[in-house]
Design a protein around this ligand. Structure first.
Ligand SMILES: NC(=O)NCCC[C@H](N)C(=O)O
Length: 258
């Protein structure tokens, strides 16, 4: 039976100092961010996900964006080596957390860099964004870790946004969704559906037809409702100011060995 656990990490007091690369910096309300994070975690739980809180990494402003620290394939965890040096210490507690959950653990090594936000899994296909945070050695190491387990790794150029999953994610039927001005090469994906808003491109599959998505993409939520899905929206405005999205606030673990 598939597991339904989600690793999360509470935002730290230095959140407002988080990195900003492709957007203008605007002030972050740390108290509001904490409330939004609590609601995000509660929403996962309401939809059947057991949240597992990782030790805080309060010296790292971006530590709430836990998705970037680890990539899961089956029960194997590949500990990332974040492209931004300030984020590298974030992986230590995540490594301990996944090991405690019974995962096999593997690592990205220097000179490789890889952020989990660059990795989009659709079945056994793993798309990996080659962009500002993930380099060619990181792509090769991802391949070496997961292709022997049956994955097919497909590198995709990313130049307009922070991570591959800032540009595209996928619906339950594997259709890749993206906001056209930000997708480098939509033709890489067998099925691609354009969405009308940047943050509409980010969904977390909660199970069945339920899609966790940001409240900032109402037109896309309408489109998904019209296609027979059930959008579940959360306000993550304070994380969006730091180029975060719904996907990056958790790591879903579906294939743990109990
Ligand atoms: N996977 C993600 O979309 N992560 C967002 C990370 C945002 C953070 N401010 C960063 O620049 O690393």
């Amino acid at each position: 039976m598939p597991s339904r656990k989600a690793l999360i990490r509470r935002p730290g007091p230095r959140l407002a100092e988080g990195l900003v690369t492709h957007i203008e910096r605007s002030p972050v309300d740390v108290d509001l961010a904490l409330q939004q994070w609590e609601t995000y975690a509660e929403t996962l739980r309401e939809h059947g996900w057991e949240t597992v809180e990782t030790e805080p990494a309060d010296d790292c402003p971006d530590s709430v964006f836990i998705e970037d620290t680890v990539v899961m394939f089956r029960n194997v965890a590949l500990i990332a080596r974040p492209g931004a040096e300030s984020r590298r210490p974030e992986t230590t507690a995540v490594e301990e957390a996944v090991a405690r959950l019974g995962c096999s653990v593997n690592w990205v090594w220097e000179p490789g860099t890889l952020d989990g936000g660059d990795v989009l899994k659709i079945g056994d296909t793993i798309y990996v964004g080659r962009g500002g945070r993930t380099n060619a050695a990181g792509v090769q190491q991802l391949r070496a870790a997961f292709e022997p387990l049956g994955a097919r790794v497909v590198p995709v150029p990313v130049s307009k946004v922070l991570h591959l999953k800032s540009a595209v994610t996928a619906l339950p039927d594997s259709t890749v969704i993206g906001y056209p001005p930000l997708v480098d090469t939509p033709s890489v994906f067998p099925r691609h559906l354009p969405v009308p808003e940047e943050s509409g491109a980010h969904v977390v599959l909660l199970g069945g037809g339920k899609l966790l998505m940001a409240a900032s993409a109402p037109k896309t939520a309408e489109l998904f409702t019209d296609l027979g899905y059930q959008p579940v929206t959360v306000d993550i405005s304070e994380f969006e100011k730091l180029e975060g999205c719904v996907t990056c606030l958790s790591v879903r673990l579906r294939d743990l060995y109990a």
